[in-house]
Design a protein around this ligand. Structure first.
Ligand code: 6PG
Length: 467
């Protein structure tokens, strides 16, 4: 009998199956299209302790009780339909795990639906792409602790390992795992956009070649900006297109795709009333990039007057390093605030410090900065807005002048830096004792009698004679 079953032999599913087998567990696999299963068994899984099944009943029958089944299939309807196919063969106490990028509200619904049948369900965030799934991803399981305990031995072993331990922990109740994965991706969008803005400035202001930008990214990766995304970006910068001999990245059309997790993050922040403008701007950046034809035709109308001054390369590179640190810190702080608020709202009971720990290895947003963030979180567990911390403010203030210079230079060169700008404006808003929201309140009261509060006395007021 097998320890675990895995359904879905796409890139992530195959890699995860091999990882599970490699850690000494007996695994059964199934895929919707039998050709894919055969192909897997004849190639990657050849001579591995992996058993393939071509119908669901046989797969389920091959498993030890309580059965544990990992779904690595496309999020959305396919998950519901697979659950329906599994139910007739499952018993009370069996466990289904969804390792896809599922919208957390779908996971919450499925947990409830299956609870009625006595079947456990975990929503599991899995990050790290193909290499991560194979060698050790960051794993974010959410659901009941009882369900987690059934499978934690396997999850802890297949996760990435760091000095601080495995990059897997019980994230929290209900849909906590998929919620944290959604925020991981919202942060991922923000950091990727911020890096692409810096790349644009290095290209267009300093006129550096892609190779030279790669060298700068490589140097940064050796310092405070050390991260997986920085590492892959310097490698990307140095990659040459075989056909043209040019840098491959320069041959790629500038339209960014997306599968929904960044958008859900933005939608959730609006629903919960927690400000994440920088994460949201990253989604907008991808959306705007899609309008290539409009951008191309409109670009002809702008008569660009560039500054005469030339910039000292070393100085500007140093400023950009700081502006990126500032922006990344703001991105993380917004994301963590939203997690903390959602944890209260949905009773997830998420531990922010543990979340940062399991993001330290295996996942796409793993970065040196997470160590500093963890110290800040650990200093005051009740503080959900990381800006309310001396260490945070010192970190940001040290970089503020660079941030101002970088965003100003971008404006002078007509370079859009949506994420940098919103990071700075968010910071300015959060440190502004007075915001002009008084005018908005007056306007609301003028046209709709929406009332307002006063600064000099308690109560609700309405002005009847605005004219
Ligand atoms: C990860 C990634 C992974 C995937 C994203 C990409 O953590 O391993 O986030 O989940 O690459 O889905 O998302 P977009 O297609 O929306 O950029």
């Amino acid at each position: 009998m097998k320890n675990i079953g895995l359904i879905g032999l796409g890139v992530m599913g195959k890699s995860l199956a091999l990882n599970i087998e490699n850690k000494g567990f007996d695994i059964s696999v199934y895929n919707y299209t039998p050709e894919e299963t055969r192909n897997f068994m004849e190639n990657e899984a050849r001579e591995k302790n992996i058993s393939a099944f071509y119908d669901i009943k046989a797969l389920v029958s091959s498993l030890n009780k309580p059965r544990k089944i990992f779904l690595m299939i496309t999020a959305g309807k396919p998950v519901d339909s697979m659950i329906q196919k599994l139910i007739p063969f499952l018993d009370k106490g069996d466990l289904i795990m969804d390792g896809g990028n599922t919208y957390f509200q779908d996971t919450a619904r499925r947990i409830e639906e299956l609870k009625g049948k006595g079947i456990f369900y975990l929503g599991i965030g899995v990050s790290g792409g193909e290499a991560g799934a194979l060698n050790g991803p960051s794993i974010m399981p959410g659901g009941s602790r009882e369900a987690y305990d059934l499978v934690k031995d396997i999850l802890l072993k297949i996760a990435a390992q760091t000095e601080a331990g495995p990059c897997c922990t019980y994230v929290g109740n209900g849909a906590a795992g998929h919620f944290v994965k959604m925020l991981h991706n919202g942060i991922e969008y923000g950091i990727m956009q911020a890096m692409s803005e810096v790349y644009d400035i290095l290209h267009r202001v300093l006129k550096l070649s892609t190779e030279e930008i790669g060298d700068i990214f490589e140097t940064w990766n050796g310092g405070e900006l050390n991260s997986y995304l920085m590492e892959i970006s310097y490698k990307i910068m140095k990659h040459r297109d075989v056909k043209t001999g040019k840098a491959t990245v320069e041959m790629i059309l500038d339209k960014a795709g997306q599968k929904g997790t960044g958008k859900w993050t933005a939608q959730t922040s609006l629903d919960l009333g927690i400000p994440t403008p920088t994460l949201n701007a990253a989604v907008e950046g991808r959306i705007i990039s899609f309008f290539k034809e409009d951008r191309t035709s409109l670009s002809k109308y702008v008569d660009k007057k560039y500054p005469e001054a030339s910039y000292d390369k070393e100085k500007l590179v140093a400023k950009l390093e700081k502006s990126l640190l500032f922006t990344n810190f703001i991105i993380f702080s917004q994301g963590l605030w939203l997690i903390a608020e959602a944890s209260k709202e949905y009773s997830f009971d998420i531990n922010l410090s543990e979340t940062l720990k399991i993001w330290r290895g295996g996942c796409i947003i793993r970065a040196k900065m997470l160590d500093e963030l963890r110290k800040i979180v650990d200093e005051d567990k009740e503080n959900v807005n990381l800006l309310n911390n001396k260490r945070s403010m010192e970190f940001l203030m040290d970089k503020l002048e660079s941030m101002k210079d970088v965003t100003n230079i971008a404006k002078d060169f007509y370079i859009p830096v949506l994420v940098h700008n919103t990071a700075l404006d968010y910071f300015y808003s959060m440190v502004a004792e007075n915001l002009p929201a008084n005018l908005i309140q007056a306007q609301r009261d003028f046209f709709g009698a929406h009332t307002y509060n006063r600064i000099d006395k308690e109560g609700i007021f309405h002005t009847t004679n605005w004219e």
